[in-house]
Ligand binder design. Structure first.
Ligand code: HEM
Length: 135
């Protein structure tokens, strides 16, 4: 959390002072959801840095550890600020992934796949270059 003028990122600002967990958040301050910390939260995700899609499967369902465990498009009621593109984006990404794995071969050249955490959203340092070949 910081003063609006400290950031180039536009986000919501407080309409009035409030207190959370012993911290006073003054009016006009910008508040951002700490998505990285949420995704790395050990109470929700076992070995959060590991590529492990099975964590989302029915047997483990780590993303459902709490209402706020996995919230890439926000949380709360549809009448709140939750992303209205949630269903559309989910369907679109499923279609995209299905076409990608069905119609293309992917190869990942040697590169630094670690993240730049200082930007929002974080991006792979090397940009995640890969090669696509149509099947
Ligand atoms: C993978 C794709 C997407 C991601 C990760 C994403 C993520 C988000 C997030 C994190 C928020 C803020 C939620 C909050 O403050 O509680 C948001 C809000 C919003 N999103 Fe998305 N979004 C995606 C796709 C879309 C699409 C496809 C649309 C429109 C067709 C859309 C329209 C909006 C709008 C209008 C808001 C502001 C809602 C409000 O403040 O009332 N988003 N999105």
């Amino acid at each position: 959390m910081s003063k609006r003028s400290d950031h180039a990122v536009r986000a919501r600002t407080q309409r009035e002072d409030f207190e959370l967990g012993g911290y006073r958040i003054p009016k006009d301050w910008m508040v951002l959801w700490a998505l990285r910390e949420t995704n790395m939260w050990p109470a929700s995700f076992r070995e959060p840095s590991k590529f492990d899609p099975d964590r989302f499967g029915e047997a483990r369902a780590e993303d459902k550890a709490s209402e706020h465990a996995f919230v890439p498009q926000g949380v709360g009621p549809e009448t709140g600020h939750r992303c209205p593109g949630l269903d559309y984006a989910t369907m679109f990404m499923q279609l995209f992934a299905a076409h990608l794995v069905r119609d293309y071969e992917l190869s990942l050249p040697e590169q630094d796949t670690s993240y730049q955490w200082k930007i929002i959203p974080p991006e792979p340092k090397a940009g995640l270059a890969f090669q696509l070949t149509r099947r």
